[in-house]
Design a protein around this ligand. Structure first.
Ligand SMILES: Nc1ncnc2c1ncn2[C@@H]1O[C@H](COP(=O)(O)OP(=O)(O)OP(=O)(O)O)[C@@H](O)[C@H]1O
Ligand SMILES: [Mg+2]
Length: 510
């Protein structure tokens, strides 16, 4: 591939980074041109985030060098990198939930009036304007924790863009946002590219990668596999470079047989949803689809007792249950794999094994004591089942790559063998291979008699995985479809509130 050296804005040469027992990067070369969107892909644990963090001054490499506009730089810390025009959006959110939206965007770069007084009005105006580019209306003064994960991710992106970066590093920026926001993000990135900004884009969503990128670099187990021009390659080729094998089918194919209602929700209302009635059957996968803010996670949180509902009924096996906290839900055989693993799901400062222990105390305790042998067996079994890449079950979860953390979260709940499994964005941040494994596991659970509810913003995932799909909009159920009979267009139109072909409202098929 011919690249004029003068085109290059940023270069990483022969970067090596070792952790105890792991070589995260091994002599990796990476280059970014002015006005280019360069995708960085690879399986979970391939070294993508490590490389991004080295390029943003968060981590120091063991060997290798960085060049900005042809001159070698030695980044001392992220502030230093930002000062040089290099901005990183972290894979996991790095915001302060208790500060306001505007303060988060302007941390360290507040506009000042005379005498160093912060110019709050300007800060609020600019915040409003920069979020409008994403079609998001927020109160700049409200604390960030008032908003859901998707919105927080957009604030994080707006924050990076606000810094007038010439190099923008985005580590899985769309893992929590819906298709509408992703489309808007793409518009923003393209505009930046047209202004000469170089963008590095890490994602497991290959359709996005092919839509937005000019070049693609593939890493595998810390090694550079290669860099290709997007226009000269295909998704199949890239997958082959990533995993070294082909994928013929993404979704499990078996059909639900012998289903009977297991979980019923009648006219349930609560925070973020109202008057929701639905039924999840034993043996089936029920998809819950909707745009960001449709109330799907809120409904799940209510069923699981995190935010108990204000009114309405929940029935298990036709018997009314009153769930007022998650422990009760767990005793009833309900499990909820949360959307936000960092806040609700994982103990990052604990080992993989103790994370599994935290949800399975009943199975591994003898009296007041934990039976360590049983715990080890259980943790190892699930590390194996989900192919979690970890040095041992003793490894702390915060040292695992993002996708492997997601698998630990899954292991915690699947090990309980729940009758009702609610999975909220179950494949967020996991690579194509692991995604197929998780899909197969969810299917197997359902076919073995569980009722599996899957919340996902990825329509192909919902369609490929579910037997039936419930569509929510603005806190209400607006449609129920048999997946085999529905089209993507119908479901999107229903979720967006469009009247099909501008004529009729979609019917509820039941
Ligand atoms: N602080 C750390 N201590 C020990 N090992 C680490 C640490 N941080 C990362 N690693 C290891 O380095 C390897 C690369 O991790 P990295 O986070 O860069 O992967 P990734 O490509 O971003 O994966 P994902 O797609 O899952 O986000 C992994 O094996 C990971 O477990
Ligand atoms: Mg990562």
């Amino acid at each position: 591939m011919n690249i004029e050296v003068s085109d290059l804005i940023f270069e990483a040469r022969q970067i090596t980074k070792n952790y105890p027992g792991t070589c995260a990067l091994n002599c990796v070369d990476f280059s970014l041109k002015k006005g280019e969107i360069h995708a960085l892909v690879g399986e979970n644990g391939a070294g993508k985030s490590t490389l991004m963090q080295i390029m943003a001054g968060v981590l120091k490499p063991d060997h290798g060098s960085l060049l900005l506009n042809g001159s070698e730089i030695h980044l001392q810390n992220p502030n230093h990198a930002q000062h040089l025009g290099i901005s990183l959006v972290f894979q996991e959110l790095a915001l302060c939930p208790n500060m306001s939206v505007a303060e988060n965007i302007f941390t360290n770069i507040q506009p000042v009036k005379r005498l160093d007084f912060i110019n709050f009005n300007e800060m609020y105006d600019v915040t409003r304007a920069s979020l409008e580019a994403f079609g998001v209306e927020l109160d700049p003064q409200a604390p960030l924790r008032n908003y859901n994960l998707a919105t927080q991710q957009i604030v994080e992106i707006a924050r990076a863009i606000q810094r007038n970066a010439s190099v923008l590093l985005l580590d899985e920026p769309t893992s929590s946002i819906g298709s509408r926001e992703t489309e808007r993000l793409f518009q923003v990135i393209r505009t930046l590219r047209d202004h000469g900004v170089g963008v590095v884009y890490v994602s497991h969503k290959l359709d996005e990668v092919f839509k937005i990128s000019d070049r693609i670099t593939v890493l595998k187990d810390g090694n550079l596999v290669g860099t290709v021009n997007t226009r000269e390659t295909t998704p199949d080729d890239v997958v082959r470079m990533m995993v070294g094998r082909e994928f013929d089918k993404m979704f499990p194919q078996s059909k639900a047989v012998q289903t009977k209602p297991l979980l019923k929700v009648n006219q349930l209302s609560g925070k973020g949803f109202s008057d929701v009635s639905l039924e999840a059957k034993s043996g089936e996968v029920l998809g819950l689809f909707g745009l960001t803010g449709a109330g799907r996670s809120e409904l799940a949180r209510a069923i699981f007792g995190i935010d108990p509902p204000a009114s309405g009924d929940i029935l298990l096996d036709d018997r009314m249950v009153h769930i007022t906290d998650p422990r009760q839900a767990m005793q009833l055989g309900i499990a909820y794999v949360t959307e936000d693993r960092k806040i609700d799901g994982l103990f990052l400062e604990m080992s993989l094994k103790n994370n599994v222990a935290s949800t399975n105390l009943d199975a591994i305790s003898q009296g007041m004591m934990i039976n360590n042998r049983r715990l080890n067996t259980l943790a190892k079994e699930w590390t194996q089942n989900l192919q979690i890449k970890s040095r041992s079950v003793e490894q702390f979860v915060n040292y695992l790559s993002g996708g492997n953390q997601q698998k630990v979260l899954f292991a915690k709940w699947l090990a309980r063998n729940p009758r009702v499994l609610i999975a909220d964005e179950p494949t967020r941040g996991v690579d194509v291979g692991a995604k197929a494994d998780i899909h197969a596991l969810l299917h197997e659970r359902a076919r073995n008699g569980a009722a599996v509810m899957v919340i996902s913003s990825e329509l192909p995932e919902v369609m490929g995985l579910s037997d039936r799909i419930v569509v929510m909009r603005a806190g209400k159920v607006v449609g129920v479809f048999e997946s085999a009979e529905a089209t993507e267009e119908q479901i999107v139109a229903c979720a967006a509130g469009a009247t099909g072909n501008g004529k009729r409202e979609y019917e509820v098929i039941q």
